[in-house]
Design a binder for this molecule. Structure first.
Ligand code: IMP
Ligand code: MG
Length: 172
């Protein structure tokens, strides 16, 4: 069965936003190496696009965090697979697709900070501040959106629609 998806943010707007995020990050990390930590699976598309616009030496690693709950609201968080590379004394930037309750990043940030990176910042393509349950300091935000369940640019509904080149929402 196919869902009907309505465009919320166009492909061009997303790409323009990623250009400007990359510009900011290039300025902030000038003369530094940057280690990107991508949260699977959602952040893969954003991380790829962002990393291709970065000018400093960049490395990548992936973590997988799962929430066992219903599809639109999440539940208990478990780190399913961790980092392959040591982050001690490295400048790390966590890449996320969307911050909703804040639980994923609050948990992950605590775990990563224990590994003593030189610095740890967070970059998210989307933010839904109205749904926040736990405070998280977010350093780079693409778009702040209202409380809508969105898909595309890596974000899924029942594992579908990750590949959409725009950000949309499912028409009910
Ligand atoms: P949080 O822990 O509640 O902040 O949830 C973060 C994760 O939930 C994101 O990384 C997404 O994987 C997922 N998520 C939250 N809101 C949406 C949405 O609107 N569409 C798709 N996935 C979402
Ligand atoms: Mg995610």
């Amino acid at each position: 069965m196919s869902d009907e998806v309505e465009v919320l943010i166009s492909k061009e707007e997303v790409e323009k936003k990623i250009d400007s995020l990359a510009k900011q990050i290039n300025e902030d990390y000038k003369d530094k190496d940057l280690h990107l930590i991508c949260i699977l699976k959602g952040s893969v598309y954003f991380a790829t696009a962002l990393s291709q616009r970065l000018e400093m030496p960049v490395t990548l690693d992936f973590v997988s965090v799962s929430s066992y709950g219903n599809q639109m609201s999440g539940g208990k968080l478990v780190v399913k697979s961790g980092l392959n590379e040591d982050i001690k004394d490295r400048h790390c930037l966590v890449i996320e697709d969307i911050i909703d309750s804040g639980n994923t990043l609050a948990m992950l940030k605590t775990k990563l900070e224990q590994k003593k990176p030189a610095s740890l910042k967070i970059c998210t393509l989307l933010d839904k501040p109205a749904r926040r349950e736990v405070a998280v300091d977010v350093d780079y935000v693409g778009f702040s959106i209202e409380d809508k369940f969105v898909v595309g640019w890596g974000m899924d509904y029942a594992q579908k629609h990750r590949n959409l080149p725009y950000i949309g929402f499912i028409k009910q």
